[in-house]
Design a protein around this ligand. Structure first.
Ligand SMILES: CC(C)(COP(=O)(O)OP(=O)(O)OC[C@H]1O[C@@H](n2cnc3c(N)ncnc32)[C@H](O)[C@@H]1OP(=O)(O)O)[C@@H](O)C(=O)NCCC(=O)NCCS
Length: 118
């Protein structure tokens, strides 16, 4: 849901989840923890967008936050007829943005290669 929210905020259109990959469960989430979800756009192509999700569990008694999950979601923007449609370019401001974009592009190319093999 959070990936869809980030994607639609960027493209200002309906967007669907095309794939979810590299879902990592790094640490357990304990009963009573609050979950903090962070999502950001790393990369956009023609109609597809890579969103990186990071989940932290917060111990409400100590305030300690632990990174528990990470994942990459690809969302695809759709036009009014339900066909994939162009998304606006991503504004790259910092060196970190540049690095994330380049890494996202490599992952997207890898996804395409894997789809061709299947
Ligand atoms: C995602 C979907 C719209 C792609 O449609 P399609 O007819 O394959 O369209 P295309 O081949 O033109 O691909 C469109 C874009 O999606 C990307 N894409 C397609 N399948 C993908 C996948 N499995 N993973 C990542 N990206 C994918 C393509 O690379 C392309 O990106 P680009 O335009 O940026 O180059 C279609 O497969 C679909 O509707 N799937 C069901 C989505 C759904 O029900 N999600 C769950 C509920 S939200």
């Amino acid at each position: 849901m959070i990936a869809g929210l980030v994607a639609q905020r960027h493209c200002k259109k309906n967007a669907v989840t095309a794939s979810i990959d590299r879902v990592n469960f790094l640490k357990p989430v304990m009963v009573g923890n609050a979950l903090i979800l962070n999502a950001r756009l790393n990369y956009v192509s023609r109609s597809s967008m890579e969103i990186e999700i990071r989940v932290e569990a917060e111990n409400l008694f100590t305030g300690t936050r632990t990174l528990t999950n990470t994942a990459y979601v690809t969302s695809v923007a759709l036009d009014d007829t339900g066909k994939p449609t162009d998304v606006p370019p991503l504004l790259i401001v910092t060196e970190d943005d540049k690095k994330r974009f380049a890494e996202g592009e490599q992952r997207m190319l890898q996804r395409k290669r894997e789809r061709k093999q299947n």
